[in-house]
Design a protein around this ligand. Sequence first.
Ligand SMILES: *Cc1c(COP(=O)(O)O)cnc(C)c1O
Length: 478
Amino acid sequence: MKLLFEKSIENRRTHYLSACDVPDVELPIKRKTPLGLPQLSETDVTRHYSELESNTFGINDGFYPLGSCTMKYNPKINDKISGLPGFTDIHPLQPQSTVQGLFEALDTAGQYLSEITGMYAMSFQPAAGAHGELASLMMFKKYFEERGETDRVKVIVPDSAHGTNPATVHMCGMKIINLPSNADGCIDLDQLRAVVGPDTAGIMLTNPNTLGIFEEDILEITKIVHNAGGLCYYDGANLNAIAGIMRPGEMGFDCIHLNLHKTFSTPHGGGGPGSGAIGCKEFLYKYLPGPQIVKEGDSYSFKDYEGSIGQILAFYGNTLISLRALAFIMAYGKDGLPIMSKHAVLNANYMKHRLSERFEIFNKGLCMHEFVITMEREAKGSNFTAKDMAKAILDEGMMAPTMYFPLIVKEALMVEPTETEGKETLDRVIDTYISIYDKVMKENTLAGQFPKNTIIGRPDEVGAARNPIVRYSNPNNI
Ligand SMILES: *Cc1c(COP(=O)(O)O)cnc(C)c1O
């Protein structure tokens, strides 16, 4: 597909202005070279973006089981509510007294999310999960600095963790302690006991973990870390399995992030916008990023707390995402959220059970909201890899599961169907996976030949990551 710049035709316009009836003025500063913007008609531009749209695949097009990402259907009512003019036609710098409704909505969202997670308060400033992790570890650091415990620089991260966890530790100038999982993919308590000590700042953990397994020893895990003087951080990306049923605060976590764009339904992918809202227990409250929304009497205002790690994003985060989360929570209600999570878990177990007729599944026993297929056996025996399977799935007009994650499972395909898919869809997907499997196992020269029907076949992924071309060089040099 051509770029807009390549489609440009000189002097073509989307509009023609009537002749200027005021004198021309020579600007003191002037570009030396032409701007070189594409010149196109409205029809050209509209068709361009429609073509782009038809070349992409999203949750509204079909099944999208990206494990650890919770690509659920996003109810349109959320968009409608977050798009109300009282939320969108305002300016971040207008007087606080004139945006009391927005403050109240955000404060309510904060209270609901605190209730769901067992936290004391939330901040909506972080723009993504990774950003929430960073803010939280900065809070841990500040907490230890104030206590004079500056030796606490080590953060324990299990080897099944999402890559953002160790990256966050590194960004914070702290030290990563990589904790190997046991054979079941869970935290090994003896190993954990062996690595904690007076230099432990804390642990970062997601529960259920990235294998879709609930860490049953969670109370013991958080106790071991607390007894060593460390803090416990909950990576809330997998909250979809437990929302309304179990609270991270009661598992012993001191601070959490939620990916509002995952669990609480905002279209995501392609880099945003998102919201990595963070929550904490009361003893960490003052360290939250500032400003905080506080209610005094009948009115809300921003307040900066002494001790805060400071502001980490312009103004107050991606508020429209937080409002979508509020709309979502209110639509489900207290009774609906646990049903949402139970359906997510049920769907995953249904798929896991039926797929286990052919595929080897890493999870033994029940899984939570996601499970991991390992194609190690097929890769070794038949040269049929997880990547081949994923590419063949794309050919069938559905998104492939997450590939090669978590890293501790060889030839992994991580499937997260979410609660928003019906049984017919799950059955159709399962039948498709099985038919691909049988076809390739019968004739394994097929394995490397997919996809055949997609716009892009097998791009050079390593090349794209190592030598990305992110800038268009106009051949006409305009
Ligand atoms: C998605 C995810 C993150 C990172 O969240 P972003 O919003 O993408 O920055 C962290 N941990 C886990 C387990 C995740 O799935």
